[in-house]
Write a protein that binds this ligand. Sequence first.
Ligand SMILES: Nc1nc2c(c(=O)[nH]1)N[C@H]1C(S)=C(S)[C@@H](COP(=O)(O)OP(=O)(O)OC[C@H]3O[C@@H](n4cnc5c(=O)[nH]c(N)nc54)[C@H](O)[C@@H]3O)O[C@H]1N2
Ligand SMILES: Nc1nc2c(c(=O)[nH]1)N[C@H]1C(S)=C(S)[C@@H](COP(=O)(O)OP(=O)(O)OC[C@H]3O[C@@H](n4cnc5c(=O)[nH]c(N)nc54)[C@H](O)[C@@H]3O)O[C@H]1N2
Ligand SMILES: [Mo]
Length: 796
Amino acid sequence: MDSRETTTEDNNASYARIEPYDQPAGGWGALLSVARNLKRQETFKKGSISLLNINQPTGFDCPGCAWPEKKDTHTFNFCENGAKAVAFEATSKRVTPEFFATHTVSWLKEQSDFFLEDAGRITDPMRYDAATDKYVPISWDDAFQLIAKHLQALDHPNEAAFYTSGRTSNEAAFLYQLFVRNFGTNNFPDCSNMCHEATSVGLKDAIGLGKGTVTLDDFDQADAIFSFGHNPGTNHPRMLATLREVSKRGGTIIAINPLKERGLERFQDPQAPLEMMTNGSTPISRYYFQPKVGGDYAIMFGMLKHLDEWDQINLSKGKPSVFDRDFIALNTVGFEDMLTEIRNTSWSEIHPHTGLTPEHLEALSKLYLESQRAIFCWGMGITQHRHGTVNVHMLANLMLARGHIGRPGAGLAPIRGHSNVQGDRTMGINERPGAKMLDSIDRVFGIQSPREDGLGVVETIKAMAEGQVKVFIGLGGNFAVATPDSDYTQQALRACKLTVHITTKMNRSHLVCGEDALMLPCLGRTEIDTQKHGPQAISVEDSMSNVHLSAGRNEPISSDLLSEPDIVARIAEATLPDSQIKWRWYVESYDRIRDAISEVFDEFHDFNQRVYQPGGFHLEHPANQHVWNTPKGKAQFLITPISEVYADKEHQFADTYSKAKVYTLMTTRSHDQYNTTLYGLDDRYRGVFGQRRVLFMNEQDIQEAGFQADQWVDIESIYSDGLKRIVRSFKIVPYNIPRGSMAAYYPETNPLVALSSHDKYAKIPASKSIPVILHPGQAPEHFNLAAPVDPEHANG
Ligand SMILES: Nc1nc2c(c(=O)[nH]1)N[C@H]1C(S)=C(S)[C@@H](COP(=O)(O)OP(=O)(O)OC[C@H]3O[C@@H](n4cnc5c(=O)[nH]c(N)nc54)[C@H](O)[C@@H]3O)O[C@H]1N2
Ligand SMILES: Nc1nc2c(c(=O)[nH]1)N[C@H]1C(S)=C(S)[C@@H](COP(=O)(O)OP(=O)(O)OC[C@H]3O[C@@H](n4cnc5c(=O)[nH]c(N)nc54)[C@H](O)[C@@H]3O)O[C@H]1N2
Ligand SMILES: [Mo]
């Protein structure tokens, strides 16, 4: 790790500062930051992109996040971080073959992640040459032949793994899964395995389909929105406009989050002229509960226990039940079993795990009791725990118990991450596919899809390290950095015979090469994608199951780029010369891919016809019609004993093994990053400027441990496998966070997460609950280890 962190001189220690930010989310701060980013990426040099009003018949899907666009508008709803994402892709900076001729891979490895991606867009396909330790140009055809040669040489198709990152379009994803299944494996590690897989698994168990049940219209009708563990001000800023409307019309927003996130407190809408002119803002959450990290399961357990106690009182007085008894009787199974477990659990077993006072827990439960149309939103604060899936079961239990599913203005709203992560899953990027989909694929294409489950992210890493997977192909993403246990993961990638990255910009994964390695540059979403039948649009599915088209408007940054569907088709054609599927024919017009999709998936009937309608179409969630696609045909209440959830062997081990105090560390995003992509070094709303190596810590914890604000510490994680995992030189920042809980940024802290520490069912790495201890540390050799910074480069 150290090599990547210590290379570039920091020439701006004075810019870096920690300073409370008292402005609302959004507002002038957001506009200023956008302007700086556009300048920094030299976007205006090209003059071809108009960010604030991308207006065209097919629409444009912002690659920033999966929050839905407002219906029937073709305007790109502007937000600060969406604008940064677009500017970063539309940059006029280039990484050319000349660039690679002057820099060895060893030299590039010494540079920060910020430097690598900031260098610009990759213009040509490149192959790693071990003799010179440089990337050298390769023709597209040779690249595809090389991939084919490696794949054909494997003893079994299961010796290859095919990663997908969630920016990939439906069309590319569909062709990709088709190719991989035709090749013969279900090894589909996916960014979702580190993200909302707990949602997909947990909701499938509970309500029959692993997707949310609400649309934007429901937000107009809800009386209460509960926000569990997500940070809209940074990660889905367009959501703030929706929350602002809810707040303005008197709806109640309730945040449950260990950190006070500015976007959940106050918002100034950059698209509301009056608010901007008067420097006004709208309060967002009326109630803010700060649990300890990982406390949600106990909180929801407690909410159900309160409801049950109030129910018993009501019934004894002849009053109506607290629960929606008719809904429960008609639609669900498992309710009584759940109540039995809850009644058998005492308050003293619940309260200590929540981090809330009993009074606050009761108040939160009352708020839920009082709402007739409630929406539950959640993000990584719920899923990235060893108990991520059971957290999702609990969210569903609460909703089902009061009949909030299928009722207007109410329901479940997971807030997905990557702009098409949900669509990729729908298209069959799934390492544990259902038989129905496979039968359908086989029928339409005359192939025999493999039936055995494949490998997800965690399993792929292990299999590569152990030599069972020898070829890694990544359709987007930054596998080497986004995954846990970075050192082990990177060794695993290096052990491969071939690593391939289909990509827009250079990142560390491209430098962690197998024996052979390829970097294949593709068109980005902002660019015009011209195929035989003319310019093409791709489709995506947002967090609320709306499917719509997106087409880029910028000239491609290089004439040598291929689109993602084209690259996939050409890999398929080269690898499977005997395949009956006319791969390249599909790419001539993406309508053909969409026609094939509609043959495979019932819910995509008349895909082309419907997707060309303004705003596209909505995929109905059967649960809203009270159709439950579970084994029993009913929604299921699912309960895990609280003693089991919190008898976490890793935390128990850490407590007994370590003499020092063990804290729970969450890893989270700053305001200036998109996952592993750093736009800058500020986290404006949290008052952090020009730096990333900070550790947010409770003030009393700091005192008790004998540390001080601004002191440098090393963070060590403790797991029962006994391996040493440590990251060095983090600065302590006193912060409003419950005792025992700490926060630091991802991905700098990924080396701390043991690969074996993940959710039992969804296998999501538990990157929001790392057991850690602290050691006094040293100031880093260079002030800012994460990346180079100067005032020009900062986003203040
Ligand atoms: N600008 C920008 N936009 C993004 C991304 C980005 O990196 N940058 N990433 C995209 C992706 S892939 C995703 S998945 C989403 C991620 O969006 P989020 O789900 O918001 O992800 P995080 O930033 O990890 O923040 C998690 C939130 O959960 C809280 N939290 C942590 N632990 C707990 C806990 O135990 N309980 C509760 N209740 N809360 C907790 C944290 O304080 C934080 O507010 O955003 C997407 N959009
Ligand atoms: N510790 C910790 N680890 C985490 C998380 C956490 O909260 N804490 N969050 C997890 C989550 S939620 C996620 S989703 C994963 C993210 O994991 P990934 O999706 O693998 O990572 P990204 O950083 O989003 O990938 C960025 C790269 O994608 C490439 N790219 C960008 N646009 C395009 C495009 O249009 N096409 C192609 N082909 N490539 C493109 C660029 O090369 C860029 O460098 O990380 C996970 N890891
Ligand atoms: Mo994500």
